[in-house]
Design a binder for this molecule. Sequence first.
Ligand SMILES: *Cc1c(COP(=O)(O)O)cnc(C)c1O
Length: 418
Amino acid sequence: MDHFSLIGGQLHAEQVPLARIADEVGSPVYVYSRATLERHADVFREGLAGVPRKHLAFAVKSNPNLAVLKVLAKRGYGADVVSGGELDRALAAGMAPADIVFSGVGKTADEIRHALATGIGQFNIESEEEGEMLAAIADSMGLTAAAVLRINPDVDAGTHAKISTGKADNKFGVGLHVGPGIYGRLSQLPGIGLRGVAVHIGSQLLSLDPLEAAFGKIGQLVADLRGSGHIITHVDLGGGLGVPYQADSNPPSPAEYGALVARVTRDWDATIQFEPGRVIAGNAGVLLTRVIRVKPGIKHPFVVVDAAMNDLARPALYDAWHDFEAVVPDGTRMTANIVGPVCESGDTFAMNRDIDTVAAGDLAVFRTAGAYGATMASSYNSRGIVAEVLVDGDRFAVVANRITPAEIMAAEQVPDWL
Ligand SMILES: *Cc1c(COP(=O)(O)O)cnc(C)c1O
């Protein structure tokens, strides 16, 4: 459920007409709903009522906007970060260092040192080599780094190949068969306090079956590690729950997910950690755009909007679907291709799509754009970096300024020998 709805024939975010935001901030612009973020944060937590000891860490990469992070921090969420930049954002948004977990295959020595100095709660180690580096750096700083070892369970998440992370040939984690050996060797090192394992098999999962398969393997591994004398207090089950990009898609609910987790982990006797991203932020945002013109096509017209693949990369990257709705629908429909202005055929949001009738100058939204939207924006074609707005009831604030092409150009210089 979200708080984007028609009031008096006009699409609103909570009580704010989207047209007002476009007038004051321009377009394209991402618009987030605070009430929706809070609702999703609460619903996810309530779904896990059957898990007695748990920790919730929002996957910052899905939406790293400081105001969004602040909303979630106030809702008791920590952060799952994958870079020093994300770590600094989580801290700046007021998340407690102890509530931050650091994932990712390429943590650099500088990032590890910085994370240790800030006192983050946990490192999710993705290789033996990384574990050795973490141990050496922590030891040299006189610290013991709390860590878990990420396991690649070799499970097909059944999602798009580019967001699948738990197959044996994906770069993430260490294989199940080598996991116990690596765990044993790393646990001998000074500077590292291994306390469990982590798993994250992919994103936009539309079935619980791959998760159940992965969690089952993790449960067996935990038992085996304990059998070898290791003390396991934490198991991180990652994120990945899908969201309905299309009205008729039916991903598992947080309650169904929570029931599965409660059942599978009942005897684990550990703190269960979660790293939800998309399920919290996805439906809490729209990308508001204006139609530049409608151009005839061979079969259907091209609706050319002022948002492009540099603002919302998911369709170009993953062939993703985003519902498209007029801000002031007149009740009639048209079939069209929806494209942006960027000079690539990949800059296509939809082909042969049945949509609200729109004409040049009209406002429209791409729905479910709150996760993996603004965070992936680029300045390709020397376009600006898209602005972001947060709505709260009947008020709104710009939470990320538009970065203009001129500002981007100002960061470049031509050497005087040219
Ligand atoms: C991307 C990612 C997540 C979040 O995935 P969602 O599908 O957005 O919930 C969680 N954990 C890790 C390690 C990730 O890389």
